[in-house]
Design a protein around this ligand. Structure first.
Ligand code: ZN
Length: 578
């Protein structure tokens, strides 16, 4: 059966967390489904870095499911949070919505969605589906406005002095002069990364302290202007009558036992939900983990106020991006998961998260590095196939390519990403030309339809067209470089003649690879199996540089065998005829 737990000898980080979570679940809530949780705020684009918030519990939940245990992965959409600021690129008139719940703010102009929150949730929901991530989505707007947390809110209001006392411990500790938090290990290197590192922004939300009438952990949204620029001025525990005033001038008294238009402040809201849902595992980003932060304070509040327990909550490190800096100004920000899924298949993206422990940072490549990453992935697949992969690598591969329930879609014939990228670079996506070249790669077992090579082919094409700058694209010369050809010496002309004479006999990827290396050997009077000497290496490099100059007018380019196949024999002859 494919749905089999990893053996304990393959204890990768996911397995170890699964062990720990199951043991805690058995202790805290025996016989009940294990609950793991993620939280996302759709306050703006949900960045690729935030995917770790979902991927970490997903992998652990999936391992638990593989072991035959019932598990629920809750994804809490923090869409009842307030709209904090108008992001760059949005009409400044959206400032009038600051303070409203994200579900009450209109979507950016031109959006098909009904609200700001729905607009930014939608691409994440699509990406999670493509990644094979199963979860139970919970809209906090729906929960609060349906009165789901009524008991918890009334309880928190009764316990407000206690809550205030807990918060106060950290208020003092967090004063300047306190020891610096062991925060981010590595410094973000550019602006896009800093933005990605900020995460949902919920971490720095205020904790509800007010003056005058005392401390209240509940903040109403004003019934007139819908903003949370309100101050609770009185509360009666007996009648639950709550009076608030708003900066818009509105003032009213509501019965909190019937009121569904407000929420607990973040530092109370989060632990309340840990207890409410019985969450056993919920990781959080670095911004939540410093002393006085919501995770630390939440741990005290859930224990001392709500009588619950804090989840096992590893801090996950920062996920960076390489190669998007140039694109970010034109694309208006850091990439979201959908951007990564345009240039890489879902199993590869899952693998990047699965193979690193949550406390290790890593980068997702949008630059040339993606080709090396795919080479590494293909090498791992070969090791899996011949049984030589290390246990931890095999575990990461298994988590990347399938879930407990299903295999993720894969490319039937996964040709090298590097080769595919070079081919679509040269053909600029022309399907007939692409098919001709892919067929020629291995004449003994030719590609017969482009669909065999999809979706990897489409991902490579998207990468070439959206992330490779124009000056790095390959442009095959239309006409021979007669000036350069005319300046060549006899030896160089001889090497070109040798190459052209053997072209037809070697017209495949392997054949041309052997042939381009053989030409300098033949010229030097060496046997074809001669070991490379420093002199021979220089001769080969010089020969390759000459071919690049004559074919694409630069000193480098795609790998030569791929380039020759892509240019086609006829055009190669035209451009290289000495
Ligand atoms: Zn108001």
């Amino acid at each position: 059966m494919p749905i089999v737990a990893q053996s304990t000898t393959e204890a990768d980080w996911v397995s170890r967390f699964a062990d720990e979570v199951i043991a805690e679940a058995d202790r805290r809530a025996p016989g009940k489904p294990v609950v793991v949780a993620s939280g996302l705020s759709p306050s703006g684009p949900i960045h690729l870095g935030n995917l770790r918030e979902v991927m970490t519990p997903h992998l652990v939940a999936d391992e638990i499911r593989r072991r035959g245990r019932e598990v629920v992965h809750i994804l809490s959409w923090d869409d009842y949070d307030r709209f904090r600021k108008v992001p760059a690129g949005i009409d400044p008139s959206w400032a009038e919505h600051i303070g409203k719940p994200l579900t009450s703010v209109p979507a950016p102009a031109g959006s098909e969605y009904s609200s700001w929150a729905e607009h930014f949730k939608a691409p994440m929901i699509a990406a999670l589906a493509e990644l094979g991530i199963e979860y139970r989505g919970i809209s906090q707007t729906e929960q609060y406005t349906a009165g789901a947390y009524r008991e918890q809110i009334l309880f928190a209001m009764r316990e407000r002095a206690q809550i205030d006392a807990v918060l106060d411990r950290y208020r003092t500790k967090a004063k300047p002069g306190a020891k610096a938090a062991p925060k981010q290990q590595q410094k973000p290197v550019d602006e896009a990364e800093i933005e990605a590192a900020e995460g949902s922004g919920a971490a720095d939300e205020d904790d509800g302290s007010t003056g005058g009438a005392g401390y209240f952990p509940y903040k109403p949204y004003c019934s007139v202007c819908d903003r949370d620029l309100t101050t609770v001025t009185a509360y009666d525990d007996e009648t639950t009558e709550l009076t608030y005033s708003c900066v818009c001038g509105h003032q009213e008294t509501v019965k909190l036992s019937e009121h569904n238009r407000g929420k607990l402040v973040w530092k109370v809201d989060w632990p309340m939900r840990w207890a409410y849902e019985g969450v056993i595992f919920e990781p959080s980003g670095v911004d939540h983990s410093s002393p006085g932060s919501s995770f630390v304070v939440g741990g005290q509040i859930v224990r001392e106020i709500f009588g619950g327990e804090q989840p096992i909550g590893p801090m996950y490190a920062f996920v960076g991006i390489s190669g998007m800096a140039k694109m970010s100004s034109s694309k208006g920000g850091v990439p979201i998961p959908a951007d990564a899924l345009e240039i890489m298949e879902a199993p590869l993206l899952r693998w990047l998260y699965a193979r690193r422990r949550p406390n290790q940072s890593f980068k997702i490549a949008f630059d040339q590095e993606i080709q090396r990453l795919y080479d590494e992935w293909d090498a791992l697949e070969r090791k899996i196939a011949d049984g030589s992969a290390q246990a931890a690598d095999a575990a990461a591969y298994s988590r990347a390519t399938r879930t407990a329930d299903r295999e993720l879609p894969r490319t039937p014939r996964p040709l090298s990403y590097r080769t595919l990228a070079s081919v679509v670079d040269i053909t600029t996506g022309d399907e007939q030309q692409t098919l001709r070249i892919l067929r020629d790669l291995d004449p003994g077992n030719p590609v017969t339809s482009l669909d065999e090579t999809r979706p990897r082919l489409d991902r490579a094409q998207a990468w070439i067209t959206t992330h490779v700058p124009a000056d790095q694209r390959t442009r095959v010369r239309d006409e021979p470089d007669t000036e350069l050809l005319g300046s060549l010496g006899e030896a160089e002309r001889g090497s070109l003649r040798l190459l052209l004479e053997g072209l037809d006999d070697h017209w495949s990827l392997d054949g041309l690879t052997a042939h381009v290396y053989a030409v300098p050997k033949i010229q030097a009077g060496l046997p074809l199996d001669a070991k490379p000497t420093p002199e021979l290496k220089v001769a080969q490099r010089t020969f390759f540089a000459l071919l690049y100059r004559l074919l694409v007018g630069r000193d480098t380019g795609p790998r030569l065998p791929t380039l020759l196949l892509a240019v086609g024999a006829e055009r190669v002859r035209k451009l290289l005829a000495p």
